[in-house]
Design a protein around this ligand. Structure first.
Ligand code: NAD
Length: 377
């Protein structure tokens, strides 16, 4: 019987938990044993009693939770004390952020752990249920608009009242991937007039189907801006100048801007300059969802709301964590789909290390850092 452990997340500000009681119940039914550290779900609306009711054993502390664990399921890379408490050969699965959490990766390798990073799961159709980047980005996009609406001192929808009319808010979404499309949908549901931009041409139709207007420099480079994997390429300086001019004209008429633009493996592209921020009306709000990767907006700061010339720039790093119960529920389902590749029908540990998904997500094994993108530095 495979023993799964879930611990309380120790990263400051983390509110999510790797498994919800509902997920525990399903894993127990599949023949697994689940040990949950006391308090692990406290900030995600999942008290110990619910885990116990779902069939989990509650461990009083980290050491007890990890003592017999075959697999540690985690949201973030585990802290040093957790890695040290695991037996050699144990498996760790989580959003390990391996390119930045180098010390944790090195320690997991040294300890002989087999670590899988959920962000490295390939985006193939068989792995869709495991796509934690999408599940979390989707909720982050929703929540970014809710945060913006909360910080905005006016209404989002148009309102006709006996005392007169209120104009709808103008929302501009920059970067229309998973998070951006959900931000567009949410802003539309709240009644805003929405525009959006992206450098990938495939996005135009998706934006329009959500009832938003697409705004972009649609030149030759734009038509070739998508990689075979469906991600954005870094754009030329010439394109960026044209993009900045277009955005500059547009942005000063907007009330709310939500930026979500990322390029895999690189710092986030700078899309909004301090000058453009200053061109917006007093009371406007910007939410920079890329703040943890260097930010799309000049002047945004991690976990701060910076007020620049009357414009609020919100930089929440863990946006999905603001909606912890749902973020945890979706993430737990991503993990359950991944765990299904590690156990057999009786619940015994039986990972097929030749599986393409496991191979691509593998970060450390047998005392080594195995992922090619992490070697040599
Ligand atoms: P992401 O988080 O890497 O980037 C967010 C968005 O920013 C992207 O749409 C990107 O084009 C955009 N962007 C980058 N540079 C920009 C710039 N200079 N100006 C404006 N926008 C810029 O992307 P993501 O949300 O993870 O999704 C990327 C693609 O992958 C999408 O097409 C998505 O639908 C697709 N996807 C596929 C699967 C699957 O097949 N299983 C799963 C999830 C996502």
């Amino acid at each position: 019987m495979t023993s799964l452990a879930v611990t309380r997340e120790r990263r400051p500000g983390e509110t999510r938990v790797a498994l919800t009681p509902d997920a525990v119940k399903k894993l127990v039914a599949q023949g697994c044993q689940v040990v949950v550290e006391s308090g692990a779900g406290a900030s995600a609306l999942a008290p110990d009693a619910d885990y116990a009711g779902a069939g989990a054993q509650i461990a009083a502390d980290l050491a007890h939770a990890l003592k017999d664990a075959d697999i540690l399921l985690t949201v973030n890379a585990p802290p040093a004390e957790a890695i040290a408490a695991l037996k050699a050969g144990a498996i760790v699965v989580g959003l390990l952020d391996p390119h930045r959490q180098k010390a944790a990766v090195a320690q997991m390798a040294e300890q002989g752990l087999t670590a899988f990073a959920m962000e490295l799961v390939p985006r193939i159709s068989r792995a869709q249920a495991m796509d934690a980047l999408s599940s979390q980005a989707n909720l982050a996009g929703y929540r970014a608009v809710i945060e913006a609406a909360q910080a905005y001192g006016r209404a989002m929808p148009m309102m006709m009242t006996a005392a007169g009319a209120i104009a709808p808010a103008k929302v501009f979404v920059m970067g229309a991937g998973v998070a951006g499309l959900q931000a567009i949908a949410t802003a539309r549901r709240l009644g805003a007039v929405v525009t959006a931009t992206d450098v990938r041409p495939a996005v135009k139709e998706q934006v329009e189907s959500l009832g938003a207007k697409f705004v972009a420099v649609e030149d030759e480079e734009f038509r070739a801006a998508e990689t075979a994997e469906g991600y954005a390429r870094p754009m030329s300086e010439e394109y960026q100048v044209k993009q900045a001019a277009l955005v500059g004209e547009h942005i000063k008429k907007q009330d709310i801007v939500v930026t979500t633009a990322l390029i895999p493996g690189r710092p986030a592209p700078r899309l909004v300059s301090a000058e453009q921020v200053a061109s917006m009306k007093d009371g406007s709000v910007i939410v920079d969802l890329a703040v943890d990767y260097g930010g799309n907006v000049e002047g945004s700061a991690a976990d701060e709301t910076v007020v620049a010339q009357g414009v609020k720039i919100i930089g929440i790093v863990n946006m999905a964590g603001r909606i912890a119960a749902d973020a945890s529920a979706l993430y737990a389902r991503n993990l359950m789909a991944f765990v299904a590749l590690l156990i057999d029908k009786q619940g015994a540990l039986a990972p097929d290390m030749d599986d393409e998904i496991l191979k691509e997500a593998l970060v450390t094994q047998g005392g080594r850092v195995t992922h090619p993108s992490l070697q040599g530095g």
